[in-house]
Design a protein around this ligand. Structure first.
Ligand code: AMP
Length: 282
């Protein structure tokens, strides 16, 4: 596995792979790998000739007071795991090599960022869309692989790639979970033992709402209120940031569910903010 820190070198390597007619897959990450990240790398390994993983804690997607400075990291461990999972190039740039001092250009997908995490974290998706565009322009991959845990992010990236005619296939992969149902996240290390013991209630509540919808409850407000109530009872250490039922592509709120919708939640627990989601069908 090559470890590359310089963006221009990375681009040269990727251009050379393309020139050889090889298919390539990029997996963008912020590191501190868990099974969720590794499942994306495995998918990339199975579906492309060469696999690139970027490891970059992108400052522009963090707002003031968020956990940019505290974001967990362990480069040696990550590099070992990437190598074990067959990654060909690990791209790990420094922030000042990715953003010039006078960086001016931003990519925004404003309507898809209006609700859910975009509402709670106003600069977040502008940072995400910009860094993913930059990574795609450097790696020029055949495909790029993302997790459905960050459903809104995936929807934004798909729309951005379509709108800007970026020649890449975007692949969304299932949420990888702990045995008790908690969605894996680098931020789970922030949880105390007590918080960790309660956190699976996030998923359990979502499944109850999915069952309610499957049993015929079409009213989004009723579903959201039920989940709020479930969390009040089962997640006393949590504080709900949002519970929302949205269209799974436009990420706009829906009142009545016709067919499919997405229920998405964010919950503050101690130092962590945890997100999860579930497709519901009536
Ligand atoms: P991050 O390092 O948190 O920015 O995540 C990098 C990629 O891994 C993103 O596409 C995430 O959606 C994806 N990811 C994070 N957690 C999970 C998970 N539990 N299951 C599947 N994919 C995940």
């Amino acid at each position: 596995m090559d470890v590359t820190t310089n963006p221009k070198d990375f681009q040269k390597q990727c251009l050379s792979l393309r020139g050889q007619g090889l298919t390539t897959a990029l997996v963008p990450t912020m590191g501190y790998f868990h099974q969720g990240h590794l499942s994306l790398m495995d998918y990339a390994r199975e579906n492309a000739d060469k696999v690139m993983v970027s490891l970059f804690v992108n400052p522009s997607q963090f707002g003031p007071g968020e956990d940019l400075d505290k974001y967990p990291h362990d480069f040696e461990r990550d590099a070992g795991l990437a190598q074990k999972h067959g990654v060909d190039i690990l791209f790990a740039p420094q922030a000042d090599s990715m953003y010039e001092k006078d960086h001016e250009t931003w990519v925004e997908v404003p309507r898809l960022a209006e609700h859910l995490c975009g509402k709670s974290r106003p600069v977040h998706f502008r940072g995400v869309a910009t860094i993913v565009t930059k990574l795609l322009m450097l790696a020029l991959p055949t495909m790029a692989v993302f997790g459905k845990k960050d459903w809104q992010q995936l929807a934004i990236i798909k729309r951005m790639v379509r709108d800007l005619n970026i020649p890449v296939r975007i692949e969304g992969r299932p949420i990888f979970r702990e045995d008790d149902g908690l969605a894996m996240s680098s931020r789970n290390v922030y949880l105390t033992e007590e918080e960790r013991a309660q956190a699976p209630a996030i998923r359990k509540g979502l499944l109850k709402i999915r069952d309610m919808a499957a049993a015929g409850e079409k009213n989004a407000k009723a579903l959201m209120q039920s989940l709020e109530k479930i969390y009040a009872e089962t997640l006393p250490l949590g504080r709900t940031d949002y519970i929302n039922v949205v269209d799974s592509e436009s990420i706009q709120p829906v009142d009545e569910i016709t067919g499919k919708a997405l229920i998405a939640v964010a919950v503050f627990m101690g130092k962590a903010r945890l997100i999860d989601n579930c497709l519901i069908e009536v």
